[in-house]
Design a protein around this ligand. Sequence first.
Ligand code: ADP
Ligand code: MG
Length: 503
Amino acid sequence: MPNEAGKLGALKILLVEDSPEDAELLSDQLSEAGIQASFERVDSEESLRLSLDMFQPDIVLSDLSMPGFSGYQALRVVREGNGSTPFIFVSGTMGEETAVKALQDGANDYIIKHAPTRLPSAVSRAVRERRAEIERQRVENELMRAQRLESLAMLAAGLSHDLRNILQPLLIVPDLLASRSDDPQLRQLASVVAECGRRGHEMAESMLSFVRGSNKPRERVAIAHLFQAVQLLLKSSLPDGVQLRVEHADDLFTEANYTELQQCLLNLGLNAIQAMPRGGVLTLSALQQDADNIRLSVKDTGDGMSEETLARLFSPFFTTKPDGTGLGLISCKRILESYGGSITVKSSPGSGTCFDMRLPIQAAAAPVASEAELPVALGRGQRILVVDGEATRLSLLGNALSSQGYQPWLAADGAAVLQMVRQHELPDLIIIDSDIILLSAVSLLLSMQELGYQGPAIVLEDAGETLQREHFPTDIPVHVLRKPLEMRGVFRAVAHALEKPAS
Ligand code: ADP
Ligand code: MG
């Protein structure tokens, strides 16, 4: 018994008892049984309420009748407002009837004062059960929270997919307009619209990457570009009193997954904002730390953290926020470590917090040749079969291609293509959206190959999706173009595909 009682740790036991001697006796009995505890004794409703508030007992042991106060009243006070502190009656006299009533009223147990051998085990059992219940509730809440997050993620994924489709014309039309007019004002307006479309797309994309956050392929990430995107995203959650500063050296690169790294910065940025309820400064900065590493920092001038919080910061589900998930920092840490990086934190109460992320450096790339202006018309009547289930994109692509002197054939799905090809001849190029229904892009290309097609193909790929390139037919050179589409990119890819086969 003493062993088992020891595992409970030090308890706070509140005695509702008018007799100091009886109280003394109870505490002696518990101590002798190996229960470590501090005691407080009350004998009126007022002092009971005060003690529940200040002492916050782990368990209440109550006498049944006292002058001016009763155990039943005490029980009612403890159970008010869903109070679930364990409550045991300890009474000099207790008949069966009284005992049953006590349990019905919500007591956890009852003990006869002068036969107290059962007291220590009843106390530890009640405390253990209560703790198990709290733990069960915590796990249940965690689960519900995870489920909520999951449905939110699905919602966001669907939303961002639709949003990207809706915004697609904004990326295509302005280039078309500009190419059909010499009016400088119109061209200027077109570029404004295109820029908005790009921004909207970026946001939809980031939303998607924010909810996905899986193990993704690495790429070369330009920190300047990354910071720009994060700044854009944080702006919408920036309260009035919080100022955002961004400082970075030029030409910093690392190898990472762009969206994952963006998610890390967003998590840290949002934490920082939440730590500054009365306003302050949020600083994102980046510098070269040493020959092999860069350092990204997210710094705030907020509340800071206690030693206790600092110690548990990176544990899953640790949160000090009523609606927090406690998953932000742990996922940052995992992501950074998967790139061979690390994360550290400096913080103290009242003086703000700084998270430093170390990431392996990547050498600056050779300068890329600037994008040359496109010649007026690239096409010479080549037949381009465009397969896309998105009606707007399909017709825009058709328009754009014919404006460049190509001859587009449009089909909404694979079945339409096969019919078209059987009736006519084979095209010179196929552009196919990876999202088409009825036949997948892969099986459509396989069917085309069977029909004798050996020309090139351009597959339009969703950002965040990685096509299984090895399944494509070997005779057809496949180029991949990422959505969102920009007309210049499409024209370049078309010219390139028609000119030489893919590697
Ligand atoms: P959540 O934000 O959902 O609580 P996190 O894993 O992002 O989960 O953060 C865990 C906890 O770390 C937070 O609840 C908070 O107590 C503490 N914390 C994180 N960032 C900061 C910060 N910049 N300033 C103060 N406390 C922070
Ligand atoms: Mg967080």
